[in-house]
Design a binder for this molecule. Structure first.
Ligand code: ADP
Length: 259
C-alpha cells in the first residue's frame, strides 16, 4: 500500500511540473502555427514553401507532444460523454489495424452486455492507440495483440486486494506476446519522458497520456508483465448504471478485418 501511495504522490508532483511547462509551451506553439499559416498563404517561392511545410510538420509534432503532456497532467479539459467502449473500439478498429501492420495479429474479444462509461471518447481512442503501438513495438518479430473488454464488479475484499475502490467497472485490457518489461521499467513506465526506446523512436509520453486519461476518468490502470512472455495493461473505468449495450457482440475472439 505504501508503494502505491508513493507512486501516486510522485505522479501528482511530476504532473504539476510538466503541466506548467506544457501549458506555456502550447501557447508559444499556437503563435508559431498561426504565423506559419499566414506565411504559407503569401509564399510563392517553392523553396520557401518547402521550408514552411517542414516547419509546420515540426510544429504539429510539437503540438501532439504538448497535448499528451497536458492530458497526463490533467490540464487538458476533457469532454466526458456516455460512451460504450465496445462501440468506440469497433469504430476505431481500422486505425488500430493500420498501426499494427502485417506481421501482427490483432484480435478483439469484446464482452457482451457491456456497461457504458462516462469518458472523453477521443482520449479513450488515443489511449488505445498508445497501448497498441507499445505492444507492436514490443514484438519485433510479430505476435498477437488482444484487446478484451468486460464488466467487472469488485467486492470490498477484491478492491482491497487490488488497492482500488470497490464498485462496478468496465475492464479494458491490451495484451501482447512481446518482450515484456523488467520490474524497474514497470515501476517507471507511467513517468513522462521515461522510455527505453532509441532516440527518435520513443518519447516516453504514451503511457503518461494513458495514465492521465484513466486517472482523470476516475479509473485505475495496472501493468502485468513477464519478461520474455508479454505484457497486459488493464484499464478499469467506472461503469455507469443501467446503460448496457443493446446490440450485443458475439463475445467470441475474432481477428480484426483488413480495411
Ligand atoms: P514510449 O513508447 O515513447 O517509450 P511510453 O510511455 O508509451 O513511451 O512507454 C514507456 C516505456 O514502457 C517504453 O519505452 C517501454 O520500455 C515500456 N513499455 C510500454 N509498453 C510496453 C509493452 N507493451 N511491452 C514492453 N514494454 C513496454
Amino acid at each position: 500500500a505504501q508503494a502505491a501511495l508513493f507512486q501516486s504522490q510522485k505522479m501528482e508532483a511530476v504532473g504539476q511540473l510538466t503541466g506548467g511547462i506544457a501549458h506555456d509551451f502550447n501557447n508559444l506553439l499556437t503563435i508559431i502555427v498561426n504565423n506559419l499559416d499566414l506565411l504559407t498563404r503569401s509564399a510563392t517561392d517553392p523553396r520557401d514553401k518547402r521550408l514552411i511545410d517542414s516547419a509546420q510538420r515540426a510544429a504539429d509534432r510539437g503540438a501532439k507532444l504538448t497535448q499528451q503532456l497536458l492530458a497526463f497532467s490533467r490540464r487538458q479539459p476533457l469532454q466526458p460523454e456516455l460512451n460504450n467502449p465496445n462501440s468506440l473500439i469497433a469504430a476505431f478498429e481500422p486505425v488500430l489495424h493500420r498501426a499494427c501492420g502485417e506481421a501482427i495479429d490483432l484480435r478483439l474479444s469484446l464482452g457482451s452486455g457491456l456497461k457504458s462509461v462516462n469518458v472523453d471518447g477521443s482520449q479513450f481512442e488515443t489511449s488505445l492507440l498508445n497501448l497498441v503501438v507499445n505492444a507492436r513495438d514490443a514484438m519485433g518479430n510479430g505476435g498477437t495483440i488482444t484487446i478484451t473488454t468486460g464488466n467487472l464488479t469488485l467486492t470490498p475484499e477484491e478492491g482491497a486486494t487490488r488497492q482500488v475502490e470497490p464498485g462496478d467497472y468496465i475492464c479494458v485490457t491490451v495484451r501482447d506476446t512481446g518482450e515484456g518489461m523488467s520490474s524497474d521499467t514497470v515501476s517507471r513506465a507511467f513517468e513522462p519522458f521515461f522510455t527505453t526506446k532509441e532516440i527518435g523512436k520513443g518519447t516516453g509520453l504514451g503511457l503518461s497520456q494513458v495514465y492521465g486519461f484513466v486517472n482523470q476518468s476516475g479509473g485505475h490502470i495496472g501493468i502485468d508483465s513477464v519478461p520474455g512472455e508479454g505484457t497486459t495493461i488493464t484499464m478499469l473505468l467506472p461503469a455507469q448504471d443501467g446503460e448496457e449495450e443493446t446490440e450485443t457482440p458475439s463475445g467470441d475472439e475474432h481477428q480484426i478485418r483488413q480495411t
